[in-house]
Ligand binder design. Structure first.
Ligand code: FAD
Ligand code: SIN
Length: 486
């Protein structure tokens, strides 16, 4: 059995940033279920928002965040996010993140819901630039021991206190104990059939926290990104909101723009509004995103990842419109934490997408997620203040390894969530989702293997989402109930 001062689960921006900060004060063990780079962070495209421009202000970023979140946000958390923002961009720059600059001044792009250019970026692969920078610092750090290809299976909790983590190594459950356990496991886009998220996003942290008895909140607010690629045989690859920020227009099957009918900010309206507008227009035929009127060289330089990916599927975005539809993208809710990242369980902290800080309210403002992840995970000194000296070992049950192929089960969960708890919801559908998830859960065997753990976590997190969505009868932000009669 291992011991460490800090145990971090996850190697996205939140886990890596926390690990780096904490390594100044003690030994860190970082577990991550694939290789270190694999995370939602690594695929983030548009950028990271902060008050950086000469004509911007904290008040404006705060107001845009609250407005996108339908004022369901926690104002204190939003203020903290916004006021810490510029410092965190400087930190990332100092660590070596290659944000784009001109004559020493950061270039800024625009995205939905922002009233000005506020988003620092690195081409259309900002997340990769950040992830690579942080991974390089964490790898081979003398105070950080990294366990890759290692999935955390459950939290070790006794008397509302977290003591450590169980994880799967080969075919054995092992344990690591520590003074503080940090959930930085990211989101749960994989709950849905169509998602922009990579395979790792199976809601593990939310499910583990739930099983341990922690409080979770706002899980009904699942954000669907408006523009994922919609082409037979291709994955729903994200087409960044920055494409609209740089002049891309949404068009219906007749080739006409339509966003003016839905919102005064047109293509740059908050995400939930654009996503539902696209879904509505798609009832009459294909919806597409067109930036082909811009200079081809500018498109290729500004969006190289998207341009090259689309070419693989026979689409040249400099010459033609891109077929798009919404796909599950981001969890606004999660494990409830305060400004210090403390959960309702002692010694258990949550940072990044797994957490519910109150920043996003009912709908996240574009590019506020990377910011939230780094701002809140930087609170290491707050964590240290409440650490106890001793590491306590407790008696646990260790589940056995079983052979079971859970691939089909995962697909069943994704279908139930997509069909009945997706972008447009109603009571009957949500009850069906819960019923189907219950049946799936009953048929899952005892024991563990990587796929099975993920399937169990998807059922648990999916159930929490569906139940929260059923409970909230009125539409708000990205939770839309078509049976809300107003
Ligand atoms: P992640 O980066 O997802 O990291 C989670 C880590 O936990 C991973 O390493 C994972 O392997 C590990 N993990 C999970 N479960 C376990 C387990 N059981 N055991 C061990 N390890 C585990 N946000 C923005 O602000 N701007 C953007 O431009 C932007 N673009 C995006 C584009 C895409 C395609 C996607 C998918 C998201 C985008 N987002 C963007 C959202 C943003 O990327 C994420 O919300 C953010 O990166 C979350 O960081 P994180 O550290 O919390 O989690
Ligand atoms: C995007 O580039 O459109 C994603 C931005 C985000 O999720 O904040």
């Amino acid at each position: 059995m291992k011991k460490s001062d800090f145990i971090v689960i996850g190697s996205g921006i939140a886990g890596l940033n926390f690990a780096l900060e904490a390594s100044k004060y003690g030994k860190v063990t970082l577990l991550t279920k694939k290789d270190m780079m694999e995370s939602n962070t690594n695929y983030a495209q548009g950028g990271i928002a902060a008050v950086l421009g000469a004509h911007d202000s904290y008040e404006s970023h705060i107001e845009d965040t609250l407005k996108a979140g339908c004022y369901h946000n926690d104002v204190e958390a939003v203020k903290f996010l916004v006021e810490e923002g510029p410092k965190m961009i400087k930190k990332l720059l100092d660590l070596g993140t290659p944000f784009e600059e001109k004559n020493g001044v950061l270039k800024l792009t625009r995205e939905g819901g922002h009233s000005c250019r506020r988003v620092a970026y690195s081409g259309d692969a900002t997340g990769h630039a950040i992830e690579k920078t942080l991974v390089e610092k964490v790898r081979n750090h003398k105070n950080i021991s990294v366990l890759e290809q290692t999935i955390a299976t459950d939290l070790i909790v006794k008397g509302n206190k977290c003591h450590g983590v169980q994880y799967l190594e080969g075919k054995k459950i092992k344990e690591v104990y520590g003074k503080a356990v940090i959930l930085a496991t990211g989101g749960a886009g994989q709950l849905f059939k169509k998602t922009t998220n990579p395979d790792i996003a199976t809601g593990d942290g939310m499910a583990m926290a739930y099983r341990a008895g922690a409080k979770l909140e706002d899980l009904e607010f699942v954000q669907f990104h408006p523009t994922a690629l919609n082409k037979q045989g291709a994955p729903p690859f994200l087409i960044s909101e920055a494409v609209r920020g740089e002049g891309g227009q949404l068009k219906n099957s007749k080739g006409e723009t339509f966003m003016h009918d839905y919102h005064e900010m047109k293509e740059l309206a908050p995400r939930d509004i654009v996503a539902r507008a696209i879904a509505k227009e798609a009832q009459n035929g294909e919806v597409s995103l067109d930036i082909s009127h811009e200079d081809p060289e500018i498109i290729k330089t500004r969006f190289p990842t998207i341009y090259n990916k689309l070419l693989e599927y026979g689409i040249d975005m400099t010459k033609q419109a891109i077929p798009v539809l919404p796909a599950a993208h981001y969890m606004c809710g999660g494990v409830k934490v305060n400004l210090k990242g403390e959960t309702s369980i002692k010694n258990l902290y949550a940072f990044g997408e797994v957490s519910r800080t109150g920043v996003h309210g009912a709908n996240r403002l574009a590019s506020n997620s990377l910011l939230e992840s780094i701002v809140f995970s930087n609170q290491v000194l707050e964590v240290i203040k409440s650490l106890e000296d001793k590491i306590e070992i407790v008696k646990t049950h260790k589940p056995k390894y079983v052979e079971f192929d859970a691939a089909e089960t995962k697909k069943e969960i994704q279908a139930a969530m997509w069909n009945y708890a997706g972008l447009i919801r109603n009571e009957k559908g949500l009850k069906t989702a819960i019923k189907e998830l219950n049946i799936i859960k009953k048929n899952l065997p005892e024991g563990v293997n990587q796929e099975l753990i993920e399937a169990k976590n998807m059922v648990d997190t999916g159930m929490l989402v569906a139940k929260a969505a059923l409970k909230r009868k009125r539409s708000l932000g990205c939770h839309f109930r078509e049976d809300d009669k107003k």
